[in-house]
Write a protein that binds this ligand. Structure first.
Ligand code: CP
Ligand code: NVA
Length: 309
């Protein structure tokens, strides 16, 4: 297993063994953190630049804290306050930043832009969310499932909502790790065919399974995990009205959870729109793992950074 110098654009680029190793490293960081070892200075003298084209709470703060707790120096920047916002190319920006920092993280609208950034950077690039993938979220999700269920292999995961970036990364993560994932979306909002095909291939290797449906009940029946995300992702604001209509019937509420396994856990990457894709009683219930998911962003990110740098 070789991590040093690698970026993280999508989890497709990592094997199940490598993902397992990242999770184990993250668990170790978390244990040591709770044991009072707050600073583990493996990134001393290193700088990490985090660039945001879109808003962020969890990703920005957890990454900054992760770098700081590893003894490094984080620099968060808004895309539009860089010369990028005035038309300097991504390629030129990547080449320049690579001279100053040891790692670049970026949250972008178009997935192609993070790919270009990685292509021209000579330091590792981490995807902090694009319109297609959110790999850092999926790592925290896997860690949370592992903590709550004691395993990932064979766990039945139901996705209810949009076939979006978070869904794609969860699909990839589950398929690689041998979980069974059922994805329920309204018609026309299914995940990318290309991502699905890669997941089907991974399932053949891992013993997991993947299935798409337009019926939330079919996905949730007997599920150990029920996961949802917003119906209107960042950058889709103009479609909001239509989406609100099209997603009717896809809210995760008590009634839908009744179909799940008795020990169901509820997941959401956050931010949540309470009363829209999820009701208060579901997100605030004892089955809700959302705060653990948010917390585990910090520990999985420390694992990734310590391994790739
Ligand atoms: N889940 C997540 O990525 O949250 P932020 O948009 O707040 O970073
Ligand atoms: N699908 C959401 C996730 C936010 C963390 C979005 O892209 O806006």
């Amino acid at each position: 297993m070789r991590f040093k110098g690698r970026g993280l654009i999508t989890l497709q680029d990592y094997s199940s063994g490598e993902i397992e190793f990242i999770l184990r490293t993250a668990m170790n960081f978390k244990e040591r953190y709770y044991a009072g070892e707050r600073i583990i200075p493996v990134l001393e003298g290193r700088s990490v630049c985090l660039i945001f084209q879109k808003p962020s709470t969890r990703t920005r703060v957890s990454f900054e804290v992760a770098v700081a707790q590893l003894g490094g120096h984080p620099i968060s920047l808004n895309w539009f306050e860089l010369q990028l916002g005035r038309g300097e190319t991504i390629a030129d920006t990547a080449r320049v930043l690579s001279k100053y920092v040891d790692c670049i993280g970026a949250r972008v609208y178009r997935h192609e832009d993070i790919v270009t950034l990685a292509e021209y950077s000579s330091v590792p690039v981490v995807n902090l969310l694009s319109d297609k993938f959110h790999p850092c979220q999926a790592l925290a999700d896997l860690m949370t499932i592992l903590e709550w269920k004691g395993r990932i292999r064979g766990v039945n995961v139901a996705w209810v909502g949009d076939g979006n970036n978070v869904a794609h990364s969860l699909m990839v993560a589950c398929s690689k790790m041998g979980a069974n994932i059922r994805v329920a979306t309204p018609r026309g909002y299914e995940p990318d065919r290309e991502v699905l095909e890669i997941c089907e291939e991974d399932c053949r290797r891992s013993g997991g399974s993947i299935m798409l449906t337009n019926n939330p009940i079919e996905a949730v029946r007997g599920a150990d995990v029920v996961y949802t995300d917003v119906w209107v992702s960042m950058g889709q604001e103009e479609e909001a009205e239509k989406r609100m209509r099209d997603f009717r019937g896809f809210q995760v509420n008590r009634e839908l959870l009744e179909y799940a396994s008795e020990n169901v856990m509820f997941m959401h990457c956050l931010p949540a729109h309470r009363g829209v894709e999820v009701t208060d009683d579901v997100i605030d219930g004892s089955w809700s793992a959302v705060w653990d998911q948010a917390e585990n962003r910090l520990h999985t990110e420390k694992a990734v950074l310590s391994l790739i740098l």
